[in-house]
Design a protein around this ligand. Structure first.
Ligand SMILES: Cc1cc2nc3c(=O)[nH]c(=O)nc-3n(C[C@H](O)[C@H](O)[C@H](O)COP(=O)(O)OP(=O)(O)OC[C@H]3O[C@@H](n4cnc5c(N)ncnc54)[C@H](O)[C@@H]3O)c2cc1C
Length: 394
């Protein structure tokens, strides 16, 4: 998703761009009746603006997306809760829940329409310096030479590993179970999140044929609990889910096949080196409770494109680490601040001692009564804070 967005942001720049991916990069015909893909993303308003400007948003809207205008968060082991609404900042929506496959297909469709170099089924296996260039070797033995490599190859980035970029990593000791479920009550275009003793459980609203009874769930829990939940049959899983969610959306009627993903937070110590930049999950992976991973990635792509286009306009050498550092300076503090906040949140809600539980419940209730503090959170969720690239501005 992030690499495609960057390639599109560089179209018509006169730069020679080649987007390579290990996948076939083919667009699947969209079937409105097809089951939901288990992997979804909550796209912020900033991401929507970027995708609109890249000519991709219509491809998403024409397929399937679900706007949400409210967020309800509560502590499962207390009485604290907090409600965020788009209306509080005079916005229509907080964002859209979109299946990752839909975002990828809309991006690919646009890429195929543009005159951009694309190399499908191109799995990178080796890379090394060769003079001022990188020499890339693909799994099928083909080689490529490039002065600048931008790694958008995800959380287990091969580029990051092959170039020896150091990371700071920590295991959350959490796995996330993801699937789509149908509930007996309407989701009210609201993203719901309950903090349980073993981790956050989110119900994110989905829409099909205008109906609002499907949700995408992200259930973060301990590995042993995840193993137990994955082994349950559908009926037993639905009952456990309903209980863990306090039946807020009524009965969980049925669930699609489940996927279990281990969660790890990871942050590259540098995003750039001579002739190299990391963007998206290759640079940082964050706990899904924030719903921000790909949103940070789209902002990385928009900022890096802006930096490269400005430098090209001035006749600077794009592979120069001094040029690339401008991107790192703009993005790293923002990404780090969000990751630290999520880490704090995660620990606060994992903490069991009574005083901590009292404090977080009282805190939630207090903040819920402070409209200005809540508006700050909402602006952060919309992605409209900090040093925004032109592509994300109004
Ligand atoms: C459970 C869960 C829920 C989430 N919910 C949200 C959410 O609500 N909102 C949000 O913003 N984010 C969310 N995220 C995070 C989001 O999914 C990621 O941030 C996003 O997928 C990262 O996109 P990317 O383009 O950087 O990497 P990826 O999507 O991982 O893409 C990497 C690409 O690189 C290619 N590739 C990999 N290795 C090679 C190689 N060696 N050679 C060639 N190509 C290669 C792959 O084929 C792929 O196309 C969630 C994550 C999880 C696990």
């Amino acid at each position: 998703m992030v690499g495609s967005a960057l390639a599109l942001a560089l179209q018509d720049s006169g730069l020679e761009v080649l987007l390579l991916d290990g996948s076939p990069m083919s667009v699947k015909p969209f079937d409105a009746q097809a089951p939901f893909e288990p992997r979804v993303s909550a796209l912020s308003i900033a991401s929507q603006r970027i995708l609109e400007r890249l000519g991709v948003w219509d491809g998403i809207a024409n397929r399937r997306s679900s706007p949400y205008s409210d967020m309800q968060v509560w502590d499962g082991s207390g009485t604290g809760q907090i409600h965020f609404s788009a209306a509080s900042v005079h916005a229509e929506v907080l964002g859209h829940i979109v299946e990752n496959r839909v975002v990828q297909d809309a991006l690919l469709e646009r890429l195929h329409d543009c005159d951009l170099g694309m190399l499908a089924n191109a799995r990178l296996e080796q890379m090394r310096r060769s003079g001022d260039d990188w020499l890339l070797t693909l799994a099928d033995g083909r080689t490529l030479r490039a002065p600048l490599v931008i790694a958008a190859d995800g959380a287990n980035s091969a580029v990051r590993r092959l170039t020896g970029v150091a990371t700071r990593e920590w295991d959350y000791l959490h796995h996330a179970i993801v699937t789509s479920v149908r509930c007996s009550k309407n989701h009210q275009s609201t993203a719901w999140q309950r903090f349980t003793d073993t981790g956050p459980l989110a119900f994110l609203p989905l829409a099909r044929d205008g109906q609002q009874d499907w949700c995408s769930i992200v259930w973060s829990t301990t590995p042993s609990e995840a193993e137990r939940l994955m082994a349950l049959d559908d009926e037993a899983f639905c009952r456990e889910l309903e209980r863990a969610f306090e039946g807020r959306l009524g009965t969980v009627l049925n669930a699609d096949p489940r996927l279990c993903v281990p969660l790890r937070q990871r942050h590259a110590k540098r995003y750039v080196a001579e002739g190299l930049a990391l963007i998206g999950d290759a640079a940082h992976t964050i706990h899904p409770l924030a719903g921000q991973g790909v949103n940070l990635g789209f902002l990385d792509a928009a900022v890096l494109a802006e930096v490269l286009l400005q430098a090209a306009g001035r006749g600077e050498r794009l592979a120069d680490v001094k040029v690339l550092s401008r991107y790192e300076r703009r993005r790293m503090p923002h990404n780090l601040a969000l990751m630290a906040a999520m880490e704090g949140f995660e620990r606060l809600f994992q903490a069991d001692p009574l005083p901590v539980r009292w404090l977080r419940n009282t805190g939630l209730k207090l903040v819920d009564q402070m409209p200005e503090a809540k508006a700050l959170f909402v602006r952060e969720a919309l992605g409209l804070t900090g040093d925004l690239p032109a592509l994300a501005k109004h």
